[in-house]
Design a protein around this ligand. Structure first.
Ligand SMILES: [Zn+2]
Length: 197
């Protein structure tokens, strides 16, 4: 299984930071994504960063990179997880919204199982954090037509790793223990998806 980890925005993406400027989303995403890939590789998985660059690589280009792997290897032999931090506002002030969640495209797709595996891992690794869920369709993931999810042919999930405009979340995201827990969440969830417990 080719495991692709996307780290979202680039250094040149506007906004996307905590109100105090201590947390930059592109940097947090890259830190988590890099550590997830390293941990998966250390376990012998075929994992790689979708965007090794620091600059913003367009969604079109990122989808093209994913779909080239799908074409070469078969879409059932590729998975994509895109790492993000959520925000309630536009970085103007602190908000109260908190929690972790995973998004998939609407309707039943193989990505739903990947998202459920990530939620199961979240219950293990971040038990003190709120899990934001939409249980109305029988699974925990939240459905949204994000470009990266809609235009890639393999199972694809986008995770929002707490809120960069919630003060407690930012402390957690900048802490070694918080980062380690979020990395382990993704590594364990991907292993669950691959049938490794
Ligand atoms: Zn983002």
């Amino acid at each position: 299984m080719k495991i692709l980890i996307d780290n979202g925005h680039g250094v040149d993406t506007k906004g996307k930071r905590s109100p105090d400027g201590r947390l930059l989303e592109y940097a947090e995403n890259r830190l988590l994504a890099g550590r997830i890939v390293s941990a998966l590789k250390a376990q012998g998985h075929d994992a790689e960063l979708l965007v090794p660059e620091d600059n913003d690589v367009s969604l079109f280009q990122r989808c093209d990179r994913v779909n080239r792997f799908c074409y070469a290897l078969g879409k059932e032999n590729v998975i994509l997880v895109s790492i993000h931090c959520n925000a309630a506002g536009k970085g103007d002030r602190w908000y109260n919204a908190t929690g972790w969640c995973a998004y998939t495209t609407p309707k039943d797709t193989p990505a739903d199982r990947l998202a459920t595996c990530l939620y199961n891992a979240a219950q293990i690794h971040i038990p003190d954090q709120r899990l934001r869920m939409d249980l109305t369709d029988g699974d925990p993931d939240i459905e949204a037509s994000f470009y990266l999810l809609r235009h890639t042919s393999c199972p694809a999930v986008l995770t929002e790793n707490l809120f960069m405009d919630n003060q407690a979340d930012v402390e957690y995201l900048l802490s070694d223990i918080g980062q380690t827990n979020l990395v382990n969440l993704h590594v364990t969830g991907i292993n669950f998806y691959l049938g490794i417990h």
